[in-house]
Ligand binder design. Structure first.
Ligand code: BTN
Length: 258
């Protein structure tokens, strides 16, 4: 509790030693009515961490920050696709300042370090709807992970990007502050960040925009084209070679060029 200001968005912060998944636990508590909006749940270790699209999120105990926040967003549900994106802006900003490392965002939910032209995933965001009006937003960040501990070869950590000795407590505080800030701006624009500083900040940090991408759609179909924009609902707009623009709400992105 000492980690959160009295007047902040955050209603309370709990740190647990080990848990299956902070997202699942907070969602369960919300359904049972024992967690309020603004709750923050942090785990030193997750034994069943979840990633997007039914994947797993694995990390050794205490090697990073693994936490979830419970939100009751005011903007319409159609705009909630922006939640992982605005969280990405908050996380990338906090990490860049704390670690002095260049960060990038890969649409929709990956946070990357960019060092010497090499991009590595150091963070993931997972927004899950709970009931009608709530969302649990999970954030996983690799802080001290070493090469031999990487779950996949394309992953990374702040330490591997050259930032040794980054303390997790101040980092968590900085991320929560940033999240509160960007969530507030998104709420103020009623969820449509078009023309706002949020859209500008996202576009400035998003390494997917301007690239040729292959989108693997959830149904198994594929789409190749240039990622040209993110729309008011947080969808990635992909332009085919024929110039047809298609908004993509969910999918896996493979960066092809440049
Ligand atoms: C992804 O990259 O696909 C999203 C990863 C999200 C991981 C975080 S760690 C804290 C929270 N609890 C979970 O089970 N997952 C999220």
């Amino acid at each position: 509790k000492a980690l959160v200001r009295e007047d902040s968005l955050w209603a309370g912060l709990e740190v647990v030693e080990s848990i299956g998944s902070t997202n699942s636990e907070l969602a369960d508590r919300a359904r049972e009515g024992v967690a309020e909006a603004g709750s923050v749940l942090v785990a030193e270790e997750q034994t069943a961490g979840k990633g997007r699209l039914d994947r797993v999120w694995t990390a050794p105990p205490r090697s990073g920050l693994f936490f979830s926040v419970l939100l009751r967003p005011e903007p319409p549900v159609s705009r909630w696709g922006w939640l992982p994106l605005l969280a990405g802006v908050a996380v990338a900003g906090a990490l860049a300042r704390a670690a002095g490392v260049d960060m990038g965002l890969k649409w929709p939910n990956d946070v990357l370090t960019v060092t010497g032209g090499e991009e590595r995933k150091v963070g993931g965001l997972l927004a899950e709807r709970v009931g009608e009006d709530m969302v649990v937003l999970g954030i996983g960040l690799n802080v001290t992970l070493r090469t031999e501990e990487l779950p996949v070869p394309t992953a990374g950590s702040l330490a591997l990007a050259g930032a040794q000795g980054v303390d997790r407590d101040p980092l968590l505080r900085a991320v929560l502050r940033g999240l509160e800030d960007w969530y507030g701006r998104w709420t103020a624009s009623d969820g449509d960040p078009t023309g706002s500083t949020l859209l500008e900040a996202y576009a400035a940090g998003c390494v997917t925009l301007g690239r040729t991408v292959r989108v693997e759609l959830p149904g198994g179909d594929e789409l190749v084209g240039e990622a040209v924009a993110v729309d008011g609902d947080g969808r990635l707009v992909v332009a085919s070679e024929q110039g047809v623009q298609q908004p993509v709400a969910a999918g896996d992105i493979v960066h092809l060029r440049p």
